[in-house]
Design a protein around this ligand. Structure first.
Ligand code: NAP
Length: 319
């Protein structure tokens, strides 16, 4: 594993981090979740990313991860970076959603209980709240850091302008924004339109979620929709009709280029997200430990020559 410094901070993150959004809930086979987490850590993935609502049901991923921490990672807490978030719907009524101080403080206390932790390493506001004053939400993050319930704070899904405002407020409060968690892959490049420049200027780290476009940028869907894949399952976040013939043509061409480079499509997709040095870590999900092993193989071939990058753009832009 390789480790990158996160923005202008003392914290280094593995270039591949593991997210527990899928495959760690109450509906999945616990022993498989456990094996994925153990294999990841053995391969140098020190960073595990959670959120209050990951499951299903919401909270289940934190509970299961708490169980794994207790069973398998006793004595390793200081070698791990554990993050969680609040911002999406978590409990009924007006206090279990969005960005109020009331919600963020209560939610983190619940997350710590579920995981059996005294503190998390990173606490994020999960999405911008159009109604709550940004000063209140950032003030809650500052309070959480001062209380020692999170060592660092971050934001997620904030657009460039919103991120700039949040970063400024946090700086004034004396709790710098460590990191921004944003969706970024070959198939979704919105962060290139301003956000990455803001983060670079402000020296804030960037962790890219869904860098494999939820599994599309892998060998999973080159010839069909496997029965054990996310697209075949109940997840509302990847539907079979997203895998069009047009997309499959692009995926096959990308796969051929990856083979030429001596890596898998997943590895090339991750290397591509990391290519500019502006992304600290890619945040993958996995349904099997073998997928984690494959993804970690990205460390062996991270660089691209300009011809390869041009070819990737041509493949992505051809309609
Ligand atoms: N901040 C936010 O709003 C937000 C939103 C979404 C996600 N996230 C974070 O980002 C993490 C990752 O999201 P994601 O799961 O969508 O990421 P992803 O890495 O784009 O997709 C993961 C899926 O890709 C497939 N896969 C992974 N490695 C593979 C390999 N080597 N070969 C073949 N297939 C492979 C698996 O699909 P199958 O399951 O089909 O096998 C896996 O479940 C989440 O767990 C969460 O921590 C954050």
């Amino acid at each position: 594993m390789k480790y990158n410094r996160c923005g202008r901070s003392g914290l280094k993150l593995p270039i591949v981090s593991l997210g527990l959004w899928h495959n760690f809930g109450g509906v999945t086979f616990y022993e498989n979740s456990r094996e994925i987490a153990r294999r990841a850590f053995d391969l140098g993935i020190t960073h595990f990313d959670l959120a209050n609502n990951y499951g299903p049901p919401p909270g289940a991923a934190e509970e299961n991860f708490g169980r794994i921490l207790k069973t398998d990672f006793q004595g390793y807490r200081d070698e791990m970076v554990i993050s969680t978030k609040a911002g999406y719907t978590m409990w009924p009524g007006p206090y279990g959603d969005w960005g109020s101080k009331k919600y963020l403080i209560a939610s983190l206390d619940q997350s710590l209980k579920r995981m059996g932790l005294d503190y998390v390493d990173i606490f994020y506001h999960h999405r911008p709240d159009p109604e709550t004053p940004l000063e209140e939400t950032m003030g809650a993050l500052d309070l959480i850091a001062r209380q020692g319930k999170a060592l660092y704070v971050g934001i997620s899904n904030y657009k460039a302008e919103e991120a700039q405002k949040a970063i400024k407020i946090l700086k004034e409060l004396g709790t710098p924004c460590l990191i921004h968690q944003a969706r970024y892959s070959m198939l979704d490049r919105w962060v290139e339109d301003g956000l990455l420049s803001v983060l670079e200027e402000e020296e804030v780290g960037c962790i890219a979620f869904s860098p494999l476009a939820k599994g599309l940028l892998t060998n999973r869907y080159l010839t069909g929709i496997p029965a054990d894949s996310r697209a075949a399952g109940p997840s509302a976040f990847l539907k079979p009709d997203e895998i069009t013939e047009e997309l499959r043509v692009k995926l096959s061409a990308l796969n051929a280029l990856a083979v030429e480079r001596g890596q898998t499509l997943a590895q090339m997709a991750l290397a591509w997200v990391l290519r500019s040095g502006r992304v600290t870590s890619v945040l993958i999900g996995a349904s099997k430990s073998s997928q984690v092993e494959d993804c970690v193989g990205v460390v062996n071939s991270l660089s691209f020559d300009p011809e390869e990058l041009k070819k990737i753009d041509e493949i992505l832009n051809c309609d």
